[in-house]
Design a binder for this molecule. Structure first.
Ligand code: C2E
Ligand code: MG
Ligand code: MG
Length: 750
């Protein structure tokens, strides 16, 4: 849900904002204030209710007590009605009883029909009231007259008493109407009345205001009291007057009722609010810190990941060859060491295979580096298809590949892999829109028998490869015991080859070709020999490949041509002037652009006609770098030099080149001739080659003729020339001269 993500992020941002704890504090403050106000309100209500209840209780109490006094006075009045001639003493005794019973009267009086106070009790303190006319005002007189007429009770209201002070008088009529004999009056001083009618507690706690007919008639209680906000007013109904009594609580009472709870609740909530907002702030800080840490951590993780990727890339670059994408030599050697330690621990065999592409150098030189690179890439692709957890394929540089095969249980495993490797070259390669058949030669060293460490295995696989190359290409060779010695010899020869030319250690041996038609010898092949100062006569197969590899072959070839021309010149004036000398040219020599000039120069220098010279080239030269080689050979041909194809039949199946090149002679390879009389297929091939050559107008030479039967066969099938030990081994010029001048012919007897 992508839409909810920003919303969640906004909520998180709001929760982490500094305003959030402030909001929490404000919320708690609001709640605390509301709670405090509510509690105060509640408290006030309670106070008001308590006060109202107190006021009501006070009013009812006042009414009840007043009623008691009224009833007592009424009873006294009634008794006087019943016994009108009650003696004064009896009345006084009665009055004193009442006084003793109630205790709150200032005085009890009998007032006659003329409103004069006649008797009063107690006399003490009230003396000045005796004989006082209580109808001292018209309103009083009217009220008393009405009471006398009706027999209803009259109350004076708060008045100034004749005895002094403020007070209240209740008049209970003694009989009604005409039978009225005055009143029994109860006089109360307000101070005494209040103190008797109201409880001590009420008097101390409340200020009590008594309003009569709207005016303040009496005030009781502490003057300081009077929290007007809390005052309560009640009506007290007395006989024919009405009081409004106002109750105001004293500060002390209010204080005693005061509750700290609202404040405590307020403070507690405020403190809680502060704590919660502080905690939120703290949590925010912790979360922010945590977020920062997470961010830093993810940045670090990213950094680490990038570094790891870079390291992986570097490791891959370090271990991979950039052109072919295969493991490079360094990585291969590390892996080989590791594989060797595993093989050692598990007592297993391991094979190291060196692969060399045949003719790669020549192709690379002639068709260009671009071509070479593409070929290497294509070969790598095919080889790499064989790599798995047991087989590591690496590119070693140049035209060399290396393969390490682990877990070798038997040598058959290696042979199987070699078969697969050879299959990689079975199909031709299409490079730059041309098809090229490429082969490979391999050298194999097997651990532990061919070496115990990586370097030794590598050296020995290299030696085996060299041997394989020597014995012809497109093959493989396992390293064997004696190879090491031969390798040492090879390296020494290579070193000594440096001096061979300048110290004039080469010589030419000559081998004649017999014309099977005329039985004459008018052509000889020049075969080079190296007269080594310590090793004696070294045959060409031991040093020509070395010279080809190092490039010294160009100089050696030039020497051969020069020596042949010198020999031709030497013969030119004698009986052997008709002889032609054939020299062997290797492919590398043909790459030398000065080759033709050099030959021409040598011929000219010795004043030798070009048709006295013949060059022998192996088939592959006609296949490789066709354009360039063709130009060189056409130039040679135009010069008049004869052209022969050496070792015909072993190299290539294509014969098209025979048509394109100016060939004079075909030399059937010795391998066909050796068994030509025993093997049917060799005989068939030989016959076919002879016919083919003749059809193309080319002459044929059979190489390696060693027996009479072979010679017979060749003659029978109209082969043009024969060369071989049967006729003569390659010999020195002197020996040859002797041979030819003796007119030797192996067929002379025929
Ligand atoms: P190649 O040109 O095919 O020479 C023929 C080889 O066969 C010679 O070996 C020769 O001695 C040998 N041979 C001749 N008849 C017989 C025979 O009846 N039986 C046997 N078993 N062998 C016979 P050689 O002299 O050792 O030369 C080997 C190769 O070295 C030559 O093969 C040629 O390719 C190369 N070579 C020789 N001289 C030169 C040279 O001056 N320059 C170059 N580039 N290569 C040369
Ligand atoms: Mg030859
Ligand atoms: Mg040959």
């Amino acid at each position: 849900m992508p839409a909810s993500k920003p919303a969640t992020r906004q909520i998180v941002a709001a929760l982490l904002s500094p305003a959030f704890p402030a909001l929490i504090l404000l919320a708690f403050l609001g709640i605390a204030i509301a709670l405090k106000l509510g509690a105060d309100n509640q408290h006030n209500h309670q106070l008001q209710a308590t006060l109202a209840a107190e006021a009501q209780a006070l009013a009812r109490d006042l009414e009840r007590r007043f009623d008691n006094h009224v009833q007592a006075l009424t009873r006294m009045a009634n008794r006087l009605v019943v016994t009108p001639d009650t003696p004064e003493d009896a009345w006084r005794a009665d009055a004193r009883n009442y006084l003793a019973d109630f205790g709150s009267y200032q005085a009890i009086e009998w007032i006659d029909g003329d409103y004069l106070i006649r008797w009063l009790e107690p006399v003490n303190g009230n003396g000045q009231a005796a004989g006082f006319n209580v109808a001292f005002s018209s309103s009083r007189r009217q009220a008393l007259a009405r009471a006398a007429a009706t027999g209803d009770l009259d109350t004076s209201g708060v008045i100034e008493l004749a005895q002094g002070g403020t007070g209240l008088v209740i008049y209970a009529p003694v009989g009604a109407g005409d039978a009225n004999r005055g009143f029994i009056a109860g006089v109360f001083k307000m101070a005494d009345l209040a103190s008797s009618l109201m409880t001590e507690r009420a008097r101390n706690v409340f200020r009590i205001d008594i309003h009569e007919n709207g005016r303040l008639a009496y005030r009781l209680g502490p003057e300081a009291a009077g929290q007007d906000a809390y005052r309560q007013q009640v009506t007290v109904n007395l006989p024919n007057i009405e009081w409004r009594v106002t109750l105001a609580p004293s500060t002390a009472w209010l204080a005693s009722r005061h509750s700290n709870l609202p404040w405590i609740a307020f403070s507690v909530l405020l403190v809680v609010g502060i704590l919660v907002s502080l905690s939120t702030l703290l949590i925010q800080l912790v979360l922010k810190r945590h977020q920062d840490l997470l961010k830093t951590r993810s940045e670090l993780d990213q950094e680490i990941r990038q570094r790891q990727l870079i390291q992986q890339d570097l490791a891959r670059l370090e271990s991979t060859d950039t052109l072919t994408g295969l493991a490079n030599r360094r990585f291969f050697m590390e892996d080989l060491s590791h594989a060797l330690s595993l093989a050692d621990r598990h007592q297993r065999q391991l094979a190291l295979i060196m692969i060399d592409l045949d003719r790669f150098q020549m192709l690379n030189d002639s068709l260009g580096h671009q071509f070479g690179d593409e070929l290497l890439i294509k070969v790598s692709e095919r080889l790499n298809a064989l790599s798995d957890e047991r087989v590591l394929v690496a590119y070693s540089g140049g035209d060399e590949f290396m393969v390490c095969q682990q877990h070798v249980d038997a040598i058959d495993d290696v042979i199987h892999l070699l078969g697969q490797l050879q299959k990689c070259f079975a199909e031709p390669f299409s490079i730059q829109r041309q098809i090229h058949g490429i082969t490979a030669t391999m050298g194999i060293a097997v651990y532990p028998q061919s070496g115990l460490d990586a370097d030794e295995l590598l050296r020995n696989a290299d030696i085996a490869l060299y041997r394989a190359k020597e014995s012809g290409r497109n093959t493989y060779q396992f390293y064997t015991e004696g190879m090491q010695d031969r390798e040492v010899r090879r390296l020494e020869l290579d070193k000594d080859l440096n001096l061979a030319l300048e110290q004039d250690q080469f010589l030419l041996h000559l081998q004649p070709k017999l014309d099977l038609d005329t039985l004459k010898m008018d052509s000889v092949e020049a075969l080079i020999r190296w007269q080594h100062p310590t090793r004696g006569l070294v045959p060409p197969f031991e040093f020509i490949p070395l010279a080809e590899e190092s490039g010294r072959i160009t100089d050696i070839g030039r020497w051969v041509v020069m020596a042949a021309c010198r020999q031709l010149a030497a013969w030119s004036q004698g009986p052997l002037a008709h002889l032609r000398i054939a020299v062997n040219l290797s492919g590398r020599e043909l790459d030398d652009e000065h080759l033709i000039d050099n030959i021409q120069q040598a011929l000219a220098e010795h004043n030798v006609p070009a048709n006295r010279l013949e060059v022998e080239l192996t088939e592959e030269i006609f296949i490789q770098n066709i354009e360039r080689n063709r130009n060189q050979l056409v130039r040679l041909h135009e010069l008049g030099v004869h052209l022969a194809i050496d070792d015909f039949g072993v190299g290539y199946s294509s014969l098209a080149y025979l048509r394109d090149f100016p060939v004079d002679l075909l030399k059937i390879d010795r391998s066909f001739i050796t068994n030509v009389t025993d093997r049917h297929d060799d005989a068939v091939i030989t016959r076919a080659v002879i016919n083919l050559a003749h059809n193309l107008g080319v002459k044929v030479v059979a190489e390696g003729v060693e027996t009479e039967q072979q010679l017979q066969f060749l003659r029978q099938h109209r082969c043009d020339y024969a060369q071989g030990y049967l006729i003569s081994r390659p010999v020195s010029a002197e020996q040859l001269e002797k041979l030819l001048l003796d007119d030797y012919s192996p067929l002379r007897q025929d």
